[in-house]
Design a protein. Structure first.
Length: 237
């Protein structure tokens, strides 16, 4: 019940006063779902009958692109919702939802959604604002994927991965696993393994990056210099 109290006090679902609204909250509470890390909640192209509200955990929304998938959004804030378009336009899912850790969700079907929109103007406004923001964000993301040349995409991908999962070293550079980075860049940015291998080889050849001293033979880890990080860190732009 604690999660439902938190939900009812948020901007997503403001305090409900009517008996009908209380029934709605009770229905939502009975629709709590639990997922393990790695579980696919729904796939791109699936028919959608419910939207989801995050209680705890983390969900990645992924979309297919040439050569792999790209992560459009990471849902990790309690009371944040996703999958609402299926209830609004009735079309198939536009992305795949995958749990990146143990996750607890509340499923909201058509009846509950309609009741919340009709009885809670703040909820309706939240839906409108969220949809608008997500459309703008998706347009920018897709534009980057289609307009940015592969070399720049790979460079940004290397830096994104290093900042997330790399080990920062004394000179400001980052030590990263080549194989882990290769898979991450493919699954998150849609960069093919062949494109990644070609660009990595080019960067190593011109000394833009280098193998870690401990991996001179195994070639399991590389070092991204601080200058490379600064030049390609899109988080600072």
């Amino acid at each position: 019940m604690q999660a439902m109290i938190s939900l009812s006090s948020s901007a997503l679902c403001p305090p409900l006063r009517t008996q009908q609204s209380q029934l709605t909250m009770d229905s939502m509470e009975s629709s709590t779902l639990f997922f393990e890390a790695g579980t696919i909640i729904f796939k791109e192209g699936d028919k959608g009958e419910v939207m989801y509200v995050l209680v705890k955990g983390c969900v990645e929304l992924r979309k297919k692109v040439e050569g792999g998938e790209t992560v459009l959004k990471v849902v990790k804030t309690p009371n944040e919702f996703f999958g609402e378009m299926a209830l609004i336009d009735g079309r198939p899912r536009s992305a795949t939802a995958v749990c990146s850790e143990k996750t607890r969700l509340i499923a909201v079907d058509d009846a509950i959604f309609d009741s919340m929109v009709l009885s809670n103007p703040k909820f309706a406004l939240t839906i409108i604002k969220t949809l608008s923001a997500r459309i703008r964000s998706s347009n920018v993301h897709i534009s980057e994927l289609t307009e940015t040349i592969p070399r720049e995409r790979v460079a940004r991908g290397l830096v994104d991965f290093a900042l997330r999962q790399g080990e920062k070293i004394f000179d400001g550079g980052y030590k990263v696993s080549v194989q882990d980075m290769r898979e991450w860049v493919n699954s998150h940015l849609g960069i093919t393994h062949d494109d990644f291998d070609a660009m990595l080889s080019r960067y190593l050849k011109n000394d833009t990056i280098r193998y870690a001293a401990t991996s001179a033979k195994t070639r399991e880890h590389i070092i991204l210099p601080g200058s490379f990080i600064a030049e390609n860190n899109r988080r600072d732009r």
